[in-house]
Design a binder for this molecule. Structure first.
Ligand SMILES: [Cu+2]
Length: 132
């Protein structure tokens, strides 16, 4: 009886720890976004990637609203493990944009792949779902 109680307490504690760990890992949202590189990160530009990105229709803003994001040229933080060696200005790329409004690095590119040079990009306004 005592050892059964100990086990259930231990399993309960484990469940709580796992839940906390999972919640932390799954926080935020990943968007797949395509665009054209304008400027690579450098100390001179604050280590930010300037990207002319396509619209992100389902982008959720800091206040939790699905406002979408129009296509625009804007600076992005890039995670340290994302390789940029083969990337140069003018390249078309697809990125994983990780957005976690509770994080220090709230908006960050965490993955990147090069697209074919003839890949057509559409720099239109956003069409957020549920809005005319
Ligand atoms: Cu933008």
């Amino acid at each position: 009886m005592r050892s059964a109680l100990k086990w259930s307490l231990a399993l309960g504690a484990l469940a709580v720890l796992l839940a906390a760990g999972c919640a932390r890992k799954e926080r935020g949202h990943n968007y797949i976004v395509r665009g054209q590189v304008v400027e690579l990160p450098s100390p001179a530009n604050g280590n930010l990637l300037q990207l002319h990105h396509e619209a992100v229709d389902d982008f959720v803003t800091r206040d939790g609203k699905v406002e979408g994001m129009d296509s625009m040229t804007m600076p992005f933080l890039v995670a340290r493990n994302v390789p940029l060696r083969d990337i140069k200005p003018g390249d078309k790329i697809e990125v994983i944009l990780h957005v976690d409004w509770q994080a220090d690095r709230a908006v960050e590119i965490t993955g990147l792949r090069k697209l074919a040079p003839d890949q057509k990009l559409d720099f239109r306004a956003a069409h957020p779902p549920g809005k005319p």
